[in-house]
Design a protein around this ligand. Sequence first.
Ligand SMILES: [Zn+2]
Length: 321
Amino acid sequence: MTTLVAGADLGGTTVSIALATCDGTIVAEAKIPTDSHEGPEAVLSRISDQVLALAKEAGSSPAAFGLGVPGLVDLKAGTTKFLPNMPTQWRDVEVAKLVSAKLDCPVRLLNDARAATLGELRYGLGKGINSMAMLTLGTGVGGGIAVDGKLVLGPLGAAGELGHQRIMPDGPICGCGQRGCLETLVSGPAFTGEAVRLLKAGLAPGLHKLVGGDIGKVSPREMAQAAREGDEVLAQSIKRRAGYLGIGVANVVTILHPDLVVLTGGVAEMGDILIDPVRTAARENVGMFPTENVQVEKSILGEKAGLLGTIALAAESLSNQ
Ligand SMILES: [Zn+2]
């Protein structure tokens, strides 16, 4: 019988859970609300119950489980160290111990952006690629890097925090305590915040019409559509922020010279109106060597990258035992 592994991507509002083969084919999946106010033990217990329900459905128990979490983890101990957006911040929660007691299999943890990078590396655009970097452009900006076909994690599992490179020393204050990190300039809220301001100032009439004047409906996707359909000031705003992102990508290219840089998350859904100027800025800001061979692409796994990364994490834990 085919060995199955399980994975879960823990988000602030939703947990995506799947049972899959080691080559990343999902055989059963579910989404449950995080309900983080219930506390870590209750959240982990519900995730475990859902994995067991999927296993029952598939008629086979998982041989390993991978969990992606939004924050810092202790990879060896299998504990969470700091999940900034969760109540209690999940400090020193013995996740691996608690979950493996219920699932009766090994449990591995990973930061969610590193998990998404691993997913894209194993099952997406990174297949057969030697080195790549990934930027997850959502509410925050996460990242990950892989060299020689392997994820680079560093002693804290925190290597590849590409969203927290400083682009603008006097820029907006960031959740990490620094100023002017890439995240403050190109996260979803950074893009939509400026779009809302333009809308209120009467400078984005197309966007205003598109969302019916409801600023709560402004997302990168609507922004891109309005810009494509003629909102010129909005188009310039997207291009300027794409330039910051391009500098961030150029820094990564200068340091790593990867074969591939992948962009994912809600902001990447803007498509070519974002990615074309990112490519241009990335090339213009690397001076030391030619970069024509460095591809900058949108993820083909999209929002599934994180979940598939946890499947890859579980699968690799079996081969690395
Ligand atoms: Zn930061």
